[in-house]
Design a protein around this ligand. Structure first.
Ligand SMILES: NC(=O)c1ccc[n+]([C@@H]2O[C@H](COP(=O)([O-])OP(=O)(O)OC[C@H]3O[C@@H](n4cnc5c(N)ncnc54)[C@H](OP(=O)(O)O)[C@@H]3O)[C@@H](O)[C@H]2O)c1
Length: 248
């Protein structure tokens, strides 16, 4: 559904080729934003997304740039700004996980998840902040997870990374406040697609048992909440982590 909630804004969604990120790209574009997004390697999904946004009358552009690629991120920012204009909204969405119990977790698995989920958000925020600070406005929306808010059965490295995102959000919200940049975290519960898709059956059953709505969330309903949080309508929301979990 079209709206003008983000009319005139330029947004960047990391890991926006599939899953929740792609839903954000679609919803933000339908709300009037011009949207750039990065992805790791799934070019087919990224191209289909750009085409779908264009077919709906919006503008999006995809970049095959890892959140860990600092020169690539700088280049992406420059290209995005010359294509669409100065960046107003960054969504740190790119995230990975593996369903492994701690005894089977190799050190390199732990490092990889922390690198993409946490270091990637730090590097991309740093690149985006330079321009936002100069212009004295901007929004950084970090995608966290319910796993860092509740005692749930979830992979240790993934949960640790999402708790770090909560901390990054709070500290950066304070630091960036003197530059007029708003920083928030959106923490979804289990969703219909993406990382939530291949969970062991007992984890899905456990989640549904404790969820007041008794269902997983849709990508679209979480993306719409993200769209509101990134918009000027949420101007007094600062440093908060907002949970969307159907009541767990
Ligand atoms: N789905 C859920 O149930 C759920 C619940 C709570 C929180 N979340 C959070 O929501 C966010 C998105 O997750 P999702 O479920 O939508 O995952 P997903 O469907 O697996 O999509 C992840 C996206 O991130 C991209 N990506 C992976 N590594 C990257 C890197 N190094 N640099 C740039 N992009 C990278 C992938 O690119 P390719 O397409 O090229 O592979 C893909 O576009 C994550 O932060 C996750 O923790 C998800």
């Amino acid at each position: 559904m079209k709206s003008d909630r983000l009319a005139g804004k330029v947004a960047l969604v990391t890991g926006g080729g599939r899953g929740l990120g792609a839903a954000m790209v679609r919803v933000f574009a339908a709300a009037g934003a011009k949207v750039g997004f990065s992805y790791a390697r799934n070019e087919e999904a990224a191209k289909a997304l750009v085409d779908a946004v264009a077919a709906a009358g919006g503008q999006a552009f995809g970049y095959p740039v890892s959140v860990l690629d600092t020169p690539g991120t700088d280049g992406m920012m420059r290209d995005l700004e010359s294509r669409f204009g100065p960046l107003d909204i960054l969504v740190n969405n790119a995230g990975i996980s593996q369903n492994l119990p701690l005894p089977l977790l190799e050190e390199e698995d732990f490092d990889k998840v922390l690198d993409v989920n946490v270091k990637g958000a730090y590097l991309t925020s740093r690149a985006a902040l330079r321009g936002m600070m100069r212009r004295k406005k901007g929004v950084i929306l970090n995608i966290g997870s319910l796993v860092s808010e509740r005692i749930l059965e979830a992979p240790i490295h993934y949960t640790t990374s999402k708790a770090a995102i909560d901390g990054l959000t709070k500290a950066l919200a304070k630091e960036a406040s003197r530059h007029g940049v708003r920083v928030l975290c959106l923490a979804p519960g289990l969703l219909e697609d993406g990382l939530g898709k291949n969970l062991p059956e007992h984890r899905l059953v456990d989640y549904l048992k404790h969820c007041a709505l008794g269902r997983v969330g849709t990508l679209d309903e979480v993306a719409k909440l993200g769209c509101f949080m990134a918009s000027d309508e949420a101007s007094y929301m600062w440093g908060a982590t907002v949970v969307a979990d159907g009541g767990v």
